[in-house]
Design a protein around this ligand. Structure first.
Ligand SMILES: NC(=O)c1ccc[n+]([C@@H]2O[C@H](COP(=O)([O-])OP(=O)(O)OC[C@H]3O[C@@H](n4cnc5c(N)ncnc54)[C@H](O)[C@@H]3O)[C@@H](O)[C@H]2O)c1
Length: 263
């Protein structure tokens, strides 16, 4: 028996990286998933996972993209138990002084549009169905949700905002819908950059990152799947709401002289 048997999920940013790994795990745990991504890469999931997945190419920073995702789940399975807002983009750690003033408004709108507005639109679009099923919402935060220097000022501000969204929605939706988040430290992915800053995609793991981590290993994209599963589970996650679960390889307890006491 799987931890998510019988549950149906709308999952954004499912085409690559952490999201793709979690969707594989959700299906292995018995869930059926509408896998949403801007990239057509998400269509490959049908070959791999069959009928348990309905891929949808859509822009989740739009209301229409989110309503299409909910409609796909309800048409296919008649219910919705979990919304995971995971799609994200980066600013490639661009400092404020390196962002020309005339590009700032566009860059802010684009980055906050994906990292903050999209999970809000998704939560709003899923709301009636989640209240009916007494389901849950999970949003992907970051080390940058509670710390500086996990990105540039736009990314850090957006991921701090995600923390606020989780806490406020957990309050607003209790007792009917649980709302939590997962805050990864690093994973070997290539996050899309902010077009308004002329960025394409950037490696999430920079030179020297492994040595800086107290745990001294770059976690694989699979390292976070168990946490997303626990939060979605109606048994293991039943007492959790308003929580951002941190999995940062020890970054927030890093030492000054050495990253870890036994390094
Ligand atoms: N990789 C890391 O080190 C790391 C660390 C902390 C947090 N995160 C967060 O994890 C989440 C997943 O990122 P990842 O590292 O797996 O990167 P990724 O680029 O592999 O995955 C993100 C996916 O989101 C999709 N996406 C972007 N904008 C979209 C939009 N408007 N509509 C629909 N889909 C869109 C992309 O196409 C991509 O497939 C993000 O929220 C990111 O901020 C990543």
């Amino acid at each position: 028996m799987g931890a998510l048997d019988g549950q149906t999920v709308v999952f954004t940013g499912a085409g690559a990286g952490i999201g793709r790994a979690v969707v594989r795990r959700y299906v292995a745990e018995g869930a059926r998933v509408v896998a949403v991504d801007l990239s057509e890469q998400v269509l490959e999931l049908t070959d791999e996972l069959g009928d348990a997945v309905r891929p949808l190419v859509a822009d989740v920073s739009t209301w229409a993209g989110n309503t299409a995702a909910v409609a796909t789940a309800l048409d296919a399975w008649g219910r919705l138990d979990v919304f995971v807002g995971n799609a994200g983009i980066t600013d490639a750690a661009r400092p404020l002084e390196d962002i020309p003033g005339e590009q700032l408004t566009g860059a802010f709108g684009e980055l906050f549009g994906v990292n903050v507005l999209a999970p809000l639109l998704g939560a709003r679009a899923c709301l009636d169905a989640l209240i009916e099923s007494r389901g849950s919402i999970i949003i992907t935060g970051s080390f940058a949700s509670t710390n500086a220097a996990g990105g540039g000022v736009l990314y850090t501000a957006s991921k701090h905002a995600v923390h606020g969204v989780i806490r406020q929605l957990a309050y607003e939706l209790a007792p009917d819908v649980r709302v939590n988040g997962v805050a990864p430290g690093v994973a070997p992915t290539r996050l899309r950059g902010t077009t308004a800053l002329g960025q394409t995609a950037a490696d999430s793991v920079l030179d020297g990152t492994r040595e800086a981590l107290p745990l001294q290993e770059i976690p694989s994209v699979d390292a976070y799947s168990g946490l997303f599963t626990m939060l979605a589970s109606r048994t293991d996650g039943q007492a959790m709401t308003g929580v951002l679960v941190t999995a940062d390889s020890g970054l927030s307890v890093r030492g000054i002289a050495r990253p870890g006491g036994r390094v």
